[in-house]
Design a protein around this ligand. Structure first.
Ligand code: B12
Ligand code: SF4
Length: 452
């Protein structure tokens, strides 16, 4: 069969091919391709880079979608099905909302591709696709290396995974909602071999977090050092470990680490303990963590979420002050988003606080629920103000000049500009309007409907 793989994107092709070259790459299509039996021909289009041609000749279309891209995925699916082409939907949104996705597809893959996708292909060949496939979690050792080079006009960077699953159970995370809480590790030899063959000089570790099992990760770092891997990389890591394990940081640097993307989430210890579930993160240890990471010659890319029940309107100013105090040069600010099937979605549903079920707004840049201690509009305005202050040209330049070493300076500048361009609160909020009125919740909960 000729199989077309598509990563749907609400904003398909918006940034143009040149800017898209600098995106953090996606791994989904390359992993799906890796478990597609080799006798089939594969074409792959990631709409982050270009819009898919709906007239492509193929026998089967497999579409992956984040929640914000669900409608675009359905649009693509409907167009191919109209032409008689079979369509399979998968990825985070179809996994959370399989019944909804099924209305636009011949089959829905719930969860990971490795164990069920080959069977779905066999069934498609026989014209006997089942409506649903999944949840079968692959063992870590069975995760195949990604099939590279299938996406045209892709990113200059690449990505690799050492593990799946995350045990931290944050209330707002879909990993928690999907019960994907067991950490499944690949063989270190397989990972290192894959890294050696990666195209380009910079790559991302797309694990939920590289700090979940420090013993495993230190072994990986030692192997990378032993094999003299010259590539540089960036990874997600948790503050609890990064703030205390100096050996881990030292090995990471020697293995090529440029920066750690750390989900600090909030500057309030109360919020972290009571509302997020990342109790191991200690605010009093953050300045020390930043200092240790920078002393080793790496950078911190901190990520925050706003809109928790204990957040009050002063949270934006307090966060800005803390960022300055801690000397954090790269940060991103997200709005708490109750993705379907997360514990927080269920909580807001029960409390009748969901303000919108328009999935295209579930992108961490829009307010889709009623915060407890703020108006929806206040959350919108507060984050926008913080964003403008943090990404002012003056602050970006100050961060650049305060960073030692040219390599780090380039990273800090590029990361600040990338977050500024990608988050783009200004553009997104033009569409806000009355949807940010608190009356939005009455409209959603009027009929007592629960979409799951
Ligand atoms: C790395 C990462 C990123 C990377 C790369 C994203 C990517 N898709 O590769 C970057 C930094 C770019 C990113 C960006 C964003 N991300 Co992100 N990201 C992650 C993270 C940490 C890991 C994802 C990953 O790479 N997994 C590895 C790949 C191989 O797995 P996968 O994509 O799930 O694909 C497998 C299966 O799902 C399945 N599958 C997927 N699609 C399909 C389709 C078919 C047909 C089949 C058969 C199977 C199948 O097969 C694959 C192999 O098993 C997850 C959280 C986590 N801990 O997992 C969040 C996560 C995916 N991100 C999330 C979000 C919201 C975003 C952003 C929208 C945030 C923002 N505002 O910028 C953007 C969107 C980017 C865009 N342009 O659309 C959410 C998604 C929630 C949702 N329902 O939409 C997650 C779940 C985190 C969370 N908040 O809960 N992200
Ligand atoms: S640490 Fe990250 S991946 Fe793990 S549950 Fe929390 S938000 Fe999800």
């Amino acid at each position: 069969m000729r199989i077309l793989l598509v990563q749907a994107d609400r904003d398909a092709g918006r940034y143009g091919r040149i800017a898209a070259r600098f995106f953090i790459p996606s791994l989904a299509l390359e992993q799906i391709a890796a478990c597609t039996p080799s006798q089939h021909e594969i074409m792959a289009v990631n709409e982050w880079y270009e819009k898919v041609d709906l007239n492509i000749e193929c026998d089967l279309v497999a579409i992956s979608a984040f929640t914000k891209d669900a409608y675009r995925a359905y649009e693509i699916a409907d167009a191919f099905r109209e032409r008689g082409v079979k369509v399979v939907l998968g990825g985070y949104h179809p996994t959370a909302m399989p019944e909804e996705a099924k209305q636009h597809a011949d089959a829905v893959v719930i969860g990971e591709a490795e164990e069920v996708w080959p069977q779905a292909i066999k069934d498609a060949e026989k014209g006997k696709l089942k409506p649903f496939y999944g949840w079968k979690k692959v063992q870590g050792e069975k995760i195949p290396p990604a099939r590279r080079g299938i996406v045209k006009h892709g990113s200059l960077f690449s990505a690799v995974q050492t593990s799946r699953g995350c045990p931290y159970k944050c209330e707002f995370c879909q990993m928690t909602g999907f019960g994907d809480t067991i950490h499944r590790k690949r063989r270190i030899g397989d990972v290192v071999e894959e890294i050696e063959k990666l195209p380009g000089r910079i790559f991302w570790f797309h694990d939920a977090s590289l700090t979940i099992n420090p013993i495993y990760t230190k072994k990986l770092f030692r192997k990378m050092i032993e094999r003299k891997i010259k590539k540089k990389w960036i990874a997600f890591g948790n503050a609890a470990l990064l703030s205390r394990d100096e050996e881990f940081l030292h090995l990471a640097k020697k293995a090529g680490c440029i920066a750690w993307m750390v989900g600090l989430e909030s500057v309030s210890q109360k919020t972290i303990n009571e509302e997020i579930g990342k109790g191991g993160n200690r605010i009093d240890r953050i300045p020390g963590m930043v200092e240790k990471i920078e002393r080793e010659g790496m950078e911190v890319w901190a990520s925050f979420i706003f809109g928790f029940d204990s957040d009050t309107p002063d949270v934006f100013d307090t966060t800005f002050e803390k960022l300055n105090e801690w000397g954090i040069r790269v940060a991103e600010f997200n709005i708490l988003t109750p993705f379907p099937r997360t514990p927080i979605f269920e909580k807001f549903m029960k409390e009748k606080r969901i303000g919108s079920l328009d999935w295209s707004r579930y992108d961490l840049n829009h307010v889709v629920f009623k915060p407890k201690n703020m108006e929806m509009r206040e959350l919108e305005k507060g984050i926008k103000k913080l964003y403008r202050k943090f990404f002012s040209p003056h602050r970006i330049l100050k961060s650049f000049f305060s960073t030692p070493h040219m390599g780090n300076k380039i990273f800090v500048l590029a990361a600040n500009l990338a977050v500024k361009m990608f988050t783009d609160f200004d553009r997104n909020y033009e569409t806000g309007g009355e949807k940010y009125e608190d009356t939005a919740c009455h409209a959603v909960h009027k009929g007592e409907s629960h979409p799951l």
